[in-house]
Design a protein around this ligand. Structure first.
Ligand SMILES: Nc1nc2c(ncn2[C@@H]2O[C@H](COP(=O)(O)OP(=O)(O)OP(=O)(O)O)[C@@H](O)[C@H]2O)c(=O)[nH]1
Length: 531
């Protein structure tokens, strides 16, 4: 076929297709219109006939710039025309017009006068018709070029659209990767799907590990708003559309003219699309879309982008899940460490309390509550070294209860204990608790160790002790100097020097105590220090 119908249509659309053929026909047909009833030029194209120009006695010349099918032309002898084309007949009123060796036209002249200049008109027609056909070919290729250009532009626009979608997806992927939680990731994905990727409605579903149930995250309402659908859960439907999406990687399953559902209720008809989220070879969920709102078809590029989006989102879900697991583990660990630390601190405190209690018990005399002999010895070592270093004085007052054996003998050992406790309590009030130490040295002997006192202060303190005990008025059975319990004290105040053993201070005070006993008891004696 020389010209396709569409091409003929294209030529029809161009009224200036070939002015030379039209002019020739106009001129020559008008010259002979009186010599015939009808003259017409037909175009032969692939065995079909089209009317190009016609003139009758009844009507003016018409050039069909949009070639007409001859079927409607009742005055054209169609049967004769086809007979000539097929070479079945040679007729005087129908002349074939050859271009090369092909019939490209017919000149039909009805009821021609005997002097009709058939040959004159016929002769130039092959050239004009050839030009006309060439012109049609040019028009044809122009149309093809235009069509190709149109297709190219369309492709360019699609490519531009695709590259914009890809840029959008790239940007979206970056934004998704910066989100803090899985919930934000689900929400952002759906929001971006409908606002930036041109999807009417999108929802994101996550499956359980058994791949039996799926759970909603975020979806889209019937009016196109993002909605929290975390309340939704259902069994995974065993239908081909879903199973196809869940078993084919990087694949968008589309169901055309399908029911569009919202919360498992049918709300319309359109396409449903579904692309699975994969982690390795396992599906972890899917993204579902439909065209409920705008009813637009799903573009090829949108399909590509949805597949890419699903791949990115799946990766980010897995990463975020891992991150959240690590955060949870760290929280659990921190909690356990805090609990353990608190337990340890408690245990440490209990141990410390026990140690302190033990130290107190081991350093204390159980009867009087005073420091015991061991504590006194340690304290003496410390104070002695300190005084030696500071070249300061150290005083020791050694006290012994007078005639205590008789007291015990008379009142019993238990009463003796009570008496000792009373004496210890009273003596405690004589010392400066911050600096001095009072200790039970043994039996009914009590010592006071006082740093940085003068001899006079030491004497005054010894005297104060004696008087305070006397003032207790604890009756004593022995008729002696007094009829009440008294004490005797020997004291010493010295500044330690290198080479002097600290036991010396005890010995010296003890000697003074002995002196106090010898000189009548209930008195205090200062030790005489001899080198
Ligand atoms: N109740 C009681 N008596 C004690 C305790 N420790 C020592 N004594 C008694 O204290 C008495 C000390 O007696 P002595 O050393 O003879 O001295 P004294 O009778 O006090 O006579 P002078 O020291 O010379 O005045 C002894 O009978 C001891 O049994 C004690 O913890 N409780």
């Amino acid at each position: 076929m020389l010209l396709a119908n569409s091409e003929i249509q294209a030529v029809r659309g161009n009224p200036h297709s070939d002015l030379s053929l039209e002019n020739f026909c106009r001129q020559s047909f008008s010259q002979v219109s009186a010599k015939c009833a009808m003259i017409a030029l037909l175009l032969v194209d692939d065995q079909s006939l089209y009317l190009l120009a016609k003139s009758t006695q009844a009507s003016d010349f018409v050039f069909y710039s949009q070639p007409e099918s001859v079927i409607q032309q009742t005055d054209i002898p169609l049967g004769d025309c086809y007979a000539v084309i097929h070479g079945e007949k040679t007729l005087p009123h129908i002349a074939p017009i050859f271009v090369g060796n092909q019939i490209r036209g017919l000149l039909v002249v009805e009821q021609q006068a005997h002097n009709f200049p058939f040959a004159d008109i016929l002769k130039p027609l092959p050239l004009h018709l050839d030009n006309y056909c060439l012109h049609l070919k040019v028009i044809d290729s122009q149309q093809q070029l235009l069509r190709q250009e149109g297709l190219l532009q369309q492709a360019q626009q699609q490519n531009l659209f695709f590259s914009q979608l890809l840029k959008e997806l790239h940007q979206l992927t970056i934004e998704l990767s910066k989100l803090d939680s899985l919930d934000e990731l689900y929400h952002y994905t759906v929001k971006a799907g409908i606002s930036r990727l041109g999807i009417d409605r999108m929802a994101l579903f996550i499956m359980d590990k058994e791949q039996d149930t799926y759970y909603g995250t975020y979806g889209t309402t019937e009016t196109g708003d993002v909605a929290d659908e975390s309340y939704f859960q259902n069994k995974i439907p065993n239908v081909p559309f879903v199973q196809e999406a869940l078993t084919r990687k990087d694949y968008l399953s589309i169901w055309h003219n399908a029911s569009i559902l919202h919360n498992s209720q049918e709300i319309g008809v359109g396409w449903n699309a579904m692309v699975a989220l994969w982690h390795g070879d396992e599906t972890i969920g899917w993204i579902a879309c439909d065209n409920f709102i705008n009813k637009q078809p799903l573009g090829d590029h949108q399909k590509e982008v949805l597949i890419l989006l699903a791949a990115s989102v799946a990766q980010m879900i897995m990463r975020k899940q891992a991150e959240e697991q690590v955060i949870q583990l760290n929280k659990d660990l921190e909690l356990r460490v805090r609990e353990r630390t608190a337990e340890l601190a408690e245990a440490y405190q209990a141990l410390s309390d026990a140690n302190n209690a033990l130290r107190l018990v081991s350093s204390m005399d159980s009867l009087t509550g005073l420091a015991n002999r061991r504590e006194f010895d340690e304290h003496l070592d410390t104070q002695w070294s300190l005084a030696l270093k500071q070249k300061s004085s150290l005083s020791l007052i050694m006290i012994d209860v007078d005639f205590f054996k008789q007291y015990n003998d008379t009142f019993g050992h238990q009463e003796g204990d009570v008496c000792l406790q009373q004496i210890a309590n009273e003596l405690k009030s004589c010392i400066n608790e911050k600096s001095d130490l009072i200790a039970r040295y043994g039996g009914e002997e009590i010592v006071l160790l006082c740093p940085e006192l003068t001899t006079a202060q030491t004497a005054a303190m010894a005297e104060m002790c004696r008087k305070k005990i006397a003032r207790l008025n604890i009756s004593h059975p022995v008729i002696g100097i007094e009829d009440k319990v008294t004490i005797s004290a020997g004291y010493v105040c010295l500044t330690p020097v290198n080479g002097m053993p600290n036991k010396n201070i005890i010995r010296i005070a003890d000697q003074a105590l002995y002196q106090a006993k010898q000189t009548g008891r209930n008195n205090t004696v200062q030790a005489m220090i001899t080198d």
